[in-house]
Design a binder for this molecule. Structure first.
Ligand code: ZN
Ligand code: ZN
Ligand code: ZN
Length: 161
């Protein structure tokens, strides 16, 4: 998957993500209730990590004001089913474009525009599990956050390297 361009048809991203989420919930026998779906849609409003507080504000804007525990429960559900990833360094969440296989998330974060994208390279997961195993450590979950510049921001900075 390419890094999201600054300008692209984002409604296609949202549709694909919601379709993938529906399919994944069906497969797992989980229920994507109204509020869970709305929170997922709001997480997908952009490719930038969004925090719980901003989600509460967006819900209010939609006239769906919800109590914080409601939003936290919806986020817990989405995390548990791999439909979103937590981005610790941004204290927020991004939608996962390809749920359905176990992965913790290898997240590229642009320091300039804040866009995020997933690497999703299974070889990296394996390498980390192997290296950890050499230390007698068993990995249960891993999320890697990588800071840098996205292609758009690099082009703007005249960095063609
Ligand atoms: Zn998009
Ligand atoms: Zn993912
Ligand atoms: Zn950028």
């Amino acid at each position: 998957m390419a890094f999201p361009a600054a300008l692209h048809d984002h409604s296609a991203c949202i549709h694909a993500a919601l379709d993938a989420a529906e399919a994944e919930c069906r497969r797992r026998g989980a229920r994507l209730t109204d509020i869970r779906r709305i929170v997922l849609e709001l997480v997908w409003e952009s490719h930038r990590p969004v925090g719980a507080y901003a989600l509460l504000e967006s819900l209010g804007r939609l006239g769906r004001s919800a109590a914080p525990p409601t939003v936290y429960r919806a986020l817990d559900f989405l995390l548990a089913h791999g439909l979103i990833h937590r981005v610790a360094s941004r204290n927020g969440f991004i939608g996962c474009p390809h749920p359905g296989h176990a992965h913790g998330g290898q997240i590229l974060l642009c320091a300039q525009c804040g866009m995020a994208a997933e690497l999703d390279d299974p070889a990296l997961d394996r390498e980390i599990a192997l290296s950890a195993a050499r230390l007698g450590f068993s990995v249960s979950h891993q999320t890697i956050e990588v800071e840098g510049l996205c292609p758009t921001c690099r082009a703007q900075a005249g960095d063609t390297a």
